[in-house]
Each structure stands twice: as C-alpha cells, then as structure tokens.
Design a binder for this molecule. Structure first.
Ligand code: KIV
Ligand code: NA
Length: 268
C-alpha cells in the first residue's frame, strides 16, 4: 500500500472517495488497522478512557501521548499517524509549538490534532510554518467537558451552526490540513464538509462528511459501559478482529456507515 499523505487525503476528498480513520494506541492494533486498509490512524487522547480507565481525557499528559504514539508509529504503517495534543498542552502558542514538536520527534507522529475554534488559528499557522501538519477538531470538544458540564450534540441552532462553519474556515485559512467534526447534526456535517477545501472526518456528524473516525474499542464491542449512539459494534457478523476491522473499512468506503440511526438531527 502506498503511504497516505496529506496530498492523498486531499485527492480522496476531490474524488469523493471516503477516508477511513480509526483510533489505535499500540503496535499490534496499529498493524492490524493498517492491514485492514485504514487511511488515518488516530492516537486519540481517548486513551485516557480506554487505556487508562479515567473518566475523561483531561488527565492525559504529553508523556502519555508520546508513549502511545511511539507504539503506533513503530508499526511503520502506510496509514497516516495523527496524535492528539492533550489537555493544557497548547494553552499558549509556545507550549503548543514545543509539545507538538515532541509528538512529532519523540512520538513519531506525522500530524497533530488539537481541539478548539478560531482562537487556535494563530497556533495552527505557527505549526504549519514549522512544518507540522494539523488536524483541527470542532463540534463536541471532550477536553471542555468540565466547562460544558457533559457531552452533548453541538451546533444544533442556526447561530451555533454558522459560527462553527466560520471557525472551520478560519482554521483552514490558518493552515489546517484536516478537520475532525464531532457530534453535530448531519445537516451541519454536510454543510461544513461541502464548505471546506480540506477533508472533514466526522464522528457522530452524519454520512456526508469526507470520512469517518471511531474509537477502536467501541467498534470491537469491548468498551466497558455504553457504546455511543454514533458508533457500531463491527464484531457483530464478523469472525475475527481483522474481519471486524475490514468490515468497518468497507462500510465507510462504500457509504454504508453511518446511517441515520448513528446520526443526529437538528433540534426539534
Ligand atoms: O480522542 C479521540 O479518540 C478522538 C476521536 C474520537 C476523534 O479525538
Ligand atoms: Na481526542
């Protein structure tokens, strides 16, 4: 398989070919995902929950992210490896530059992901100029959980939807290469994907995004507790873990996942 690059992701969007992304936190699963054809492996700070048993992503440190990113990057995958910037690691532009550099150099990431709206534009442009590809993350921002008081669908009224599109455009203009859009109504997922030049990867953002991302443990049906509405257990009907990964890849590629049962509508 040819290595996935930012240019290739851009061409996939232009060609209407769906981008498949999935989280991984270790070597063995990263190899399995790469073999199954995943385009973008995300070392998410969701590892706070699925690897460490924490309640939120807030306790995750840069050292944690470097460790898990190294494990994934050492799979030497064709997939593009993206690492999350954890909580408080980019509260200032200088912190953000230094910590993104660590994820690239010590962790082996090929792109970093950060949550936040237009206020992150300056950091995004500094990272871009330093040669660090950036995936922005809008909609539900799990690192804001203590401010938001919980996890819920974002951008449901038209003012919030307009603001999100403007933020997405500001981040693209600042130099972001990719955007993750989490937990927004399908109509907004479609609007943001259609309005941006860079690819938009949705999670709970409906079927019209340029690609999809899910958490590995959710699609294997082994997440302790409730699986989010926007996810699906791909072990159902599969005979093995590689089979479930392949089922996820082909369901996204062929536009069979997500359907309306995994998506959100506007406020009613
Ligand atoms: O941390 C994570 O796994 C993520 C994805 C769910 C987008 O940010
Ligand atoms: Na994350």
């Amino acid at each position: 398989r040819r290595p996935v690059t930012t240019g290739r992701l851009q061409r996939m969007k232009a060609d209407g070919e769906k981008i498949v992304s999935l989280t991984a936190y270790d070597y063995t699963f990263a190899v399995a995902e790469d073999r199954a054809g995943v385009d973008v492996i995300l070392v998410g700070d969701s590892l706070g929950m699925v690897m460490q048993g924490r309640e939120t992503t807030v306790p995750v440190t840069v050292d944690d992210m470097v460790y898990h990113t190294r494990c994934v990057a050492d799979a030497r995958t064709a997939a593009l490896v993206v690492a999350d910037m954890p909580f408080m690691s980019y509260a200032t532009v200088e912190d953000g530059l230094r910590n993104a550099g660590r994820l690239m150099q010590a962790g082996g990431a090929q792109m970093i992901k950060l949550e936040g709206a237009g206020e992150q534009a300056e950091l995004v442009s500094r990272l871009a100029r330093a040669g660090i590809p950036v995936c922005a993350h809008l909609g539900l921002q799990p690192q804001l959980v203590h401010k938001l008081g919980g996890y819920r669908v974002q951008g449901r009224d038209s003012a919030a939807a307009d603001a999100m599109l403007a933020d997405a455009q500001a981040l693209q203009d600042a130099g972001a290469d990719l955007l993750v859009l989490e937990c927004v109504p399908s109509a907004l997922g479609k609007r943001v994907s259609g309005g941006l030049e860079i690819p938009v990867i949705g999670i709970g953002a409906g079927p019209d995004c340029d690609g999809q991302v899910l958490v590995l443990q959710d699609i294997l049906g082994i997440t302790p507790g409730r699986i989010p509405r926007f996810s699906r257990n791909f072990m159902e009907g599969a005979e093995s873990i590689p089979g479930a990964l392949e089922a996820y890849v082909s369901a996204v590629r062929e536009g069979r996942f997500p359907d309306a049962s995994h998506s959100f509508g506007d406020a009613s």
